[in-house]
Design a binder for this molecule. Structure first.
Ligand SMILES: *[C@@H]1O[C@H](CO)[C@@H](O)[C@H](O)[C@H]1NC(C)=O
Ligand SMILES: *[C@@H]1O[C@H](CO)[C@@H](O)[C@H](O)[C@H]1NC(C)=O
Ligand SMILES: *[C@@H]1O[C@H](CO)[C@@H](O)[C@H](O)[C@H]1NC(C)=O
Ligand SMILES: [Zn+2]
Length: 438
């Protein structure tokens, strides 16, 4: 890795040109002093590619001249249900939407009523709970935060592997921190480009909000993520289809610590009580048949400190604390499958490794295809010829696929189709991102 001590990331908006002593990769990786860690730096790996990306922290659109993105969008566009319209504003003002929104929640809009089972048949259910009893699904949103070294050291020291939902704009600002996430063996997923309410975007914007963080994570860390979490949980079936077209599984949560609100006035005690609620539910046996996902953040030093403070109690009251991939027996974490790329594990394998040989029942099902199977939405058949199909036509196509998908032979789908639209995700996944060598 070439590290250039050029204190200028003007385009990235991260720095003042005055910061002459720049954090290099080594100190970014080692310092545990927040001021040092958070000193903006210029990295060649980012400078070389930044023109290919939207402006950081701004709602994304496809970058002018980005034909690869445009082509991908054109493919996915054909399966986006035109019946589901954008909602509210990018900053989450839904006052014009909710009063007239059909109370039966036809769009499976999580923001409206915590819907996690899509109404469009064939779309996978969002991950919000875990099949394993007494298990805490460990995930952190909004990273990579510049000051995360103390926290990441803590995770390593405690044999904790987490699912990290990185914001594309943070990855561009803090590439070495993002690299550390991969080096430490965490599961890297994404959390959009600019962290706005996803249902507010038009189709192209929503696509770009997902496409560019995938591209940034691939370029900077070498892996192509296969999962995402919507900021504020704001997702509906239109957004889920776009995500699935990009090979992304959608994860939300069951409990919310609201830890991020500490930076806007919520007290530490309140956040502690939110954690305690989950812990008390564990004590009361609520997770005796299925585990849970608790929303926690890497967003500031305070949220990271809070997790470290609560960890002993979590550990005491949950049998297992695992990354999402282990809880779902997902054995391939990324699109890349080379020897140098971290593999997933089944729950049983993970527990055996991390919990000193503890043996749980062997996995009954192994999910080797973490990225959603493209067949449901992108298969040959009716969809291939219908531009902007309605929800009904997607449902029809999905229903006719069910027999196919039940035979468990997913390989047949990704290679056998004949239409131009087929296997949108398979194309994405196997061609474009793997081929990106930035
Ligand atoms: C990262 O954490 C630091 C320390 O709490 C905070 O000052 C900073 O604003 C955070 N960065 C982002 C992008 O949220
Ligand atoms: C596994 O054993 C080691 C050494 O005895 C101990 O330090 C560690 O905490 C144990 N890990 C768990 C998850 O029990
Ligand atoms: C993963 O394997 C375990 C057994 O270790 C099983 O109980 C569980 O249902 C499997 N989970 C999924 C999502 O298939
Ligand atoms: Zn977030």
């Amino acid at each position: 890795m070439i590290v250039k001590n050029v204190a200028l990331l003007g385009l990235l908006g991260a720095v003042s040109a005055q910061s002459a002593s720049v954090t290099d990769m080594a100190s970014a990786a080692q310092s545990t002093d927040a001021a040092t860690e958070c000193k903006p730096y210029s990295a060649k790996i980012v400078n070389d590619i930044k023109d290919q990306f939207p402006t950081i922290w701004q709602p994304a659109t496809i970058v002018d001249g980005d034909t690869a993105a445009q082509q991908k969008y054109d493919e996915i566009k054909q399966i986006i249900p035109s019946s589901i319209k954008p909602k509210g504003t990018h900053s989450g003002d839904f006052s014009q939407t909710t009063p007239t929104y059909d109370k039966s929640d036809p769009d499976c809009w999580y923001t409206f009523n915590k819907c996690t089972q899509p109404k469009i048949e064939g779309l996978g259910e969002d991950l919000s709970k875990l099949p394993e009893p007494n298990t805490w699904g460990l995930g952190f949103d909004d990273g990579p935060n510049c000051s995360h070294n103390t926290f990441y050291n803590f995770l390593s020291d405690n044999d904790l592997t987490a699912t990290m939902f990185y914001i594309g704009s943070n990855v561009m600002n803090w590439p070495y921190q993002a690299q550390r996430g991969v080096e430490d063996g965490h599961q890297i997923c994404l959390h959009t480009w600019s962290h706005h309410y996803m249902t507010s975007f038009d189709d192209e914007g929503a696509f770009a909000e997902l496409y560019y963080p995938i591209k940034a994570i691939k370029a900077i860390t070498g892996v192509t993520p296969t999962c995402w979490r919507p900021p504020f949980g704001d997702v509906d079936d239109r957004i889920r289809i776009i995500a699935e077209g990009l090979g992304l599984r959608t994860a939300v949560w069951e409990y919310d610590t609201n830890d991020w609100k500490m930076s806007s006035g919520t007290s530490k005690d309140q956040v502690k009580q939110n954690y305690e609620k989950v812990i008390n539910d564990a004590k009361g046996g609520k997770f005796d048949t299925a585990g849970t996902i608790v929303l926690t953040h890497e967003i500031t030093g305070d949220t990271m400190d809070m997790f470290m403070e609560m960890y002993p109690e979590i550990k005491e009251n949950f049998d297992y604390i695992v990354p999402f991939y282990a809880a779902t027996n997902t054995t391939n974490l990324y699109v890349e499958t080379g020897d140098d790329v971290k593999k997933g594990q089944t729950f049983a394998e993970y527990v055996k490794d991390v919990y000193n040989g503890t043996s749980v029942e062997a996995a009954t099902s192994t999910n080797t295809n973490d990225h959603p199977d493209p067949t449901m939405t992108g298969t040959a058949g009716p969809l291939a010829t219908v531009a902007n199909p309605t929800v009904a036509s997607i449902e029809g196509a999905a229903a006719s696929d069910v027999t196919n998908s039940d035979d468990g032979d997913s390989a047949a789908f990704s290679i056998s189709g004949t239409s131009s639209l087929l296997s949108v995700a398979a194309l994405m996944v196997s061609t474009t991102f793997v081929a990106l060598s930035l």
